[in-house]
Design a protein around this ligand. Structure first.
Ligand code: SF4
Ligand code: F3S
Length: 107
């Protein structure tokens, strides 16, 4: 089992999640973070830390975000590791909660 980052991280990227991960399994793209499914130890520490409520246990990913399971696995192989919190994206508050953000994903 792994945890998965879903759509609401896109264009927010608060990064509070990376600080609590005991195995440093977060990977960073331009406007989204992902979790490496083979490295996550299922500790659940990150889920409550996300101000955007964008992190789900794999078996609780909403029906309309199922594609993020594969997306996390795919992008974790190509993006660099991130282990320290940084400032959120400048318009994070404005984008928090918006629907249809997948088309805003930058790779
Ligand atoms: Fe890291 Fe634990 Fe979150 Fe997995 S569930 S990404 S191990 S903090
Ligand atoms: Fe994204 Fe939430 Fe982490 S917005 S960067 S999953 S704290």
């Amino acid at each position: 089992m792994t945890f998965v980052i879903g759509e609401n991280c896109i264009k927010c990227k608060y990064t509070d999640c990376v600080e609590v991960c005991p195995v440093d399994c977060f990977y960073e793209g331009p406007n989204f973070l992902v979790i490496h499914p083979d490295e996550c130890i299922d500790c659940a520490l990150c889920e409550p830390e996300c101000p955007a409520n964008a992190i789900f246990s794999e078996d609780e990913v909403p029906e309309d975000q199922q594609e993020f399971i594969e997306l996390n696995a795919e992008l974790a192989e190509v993006w660099p590791n991130i282990t320290e919190k940084k400032d959120p994206l400048p318009d994070a508050a404005e984008w928090d909660g918006k629907k249809g953000k997948l088309e805003q994903l930058e790779r």
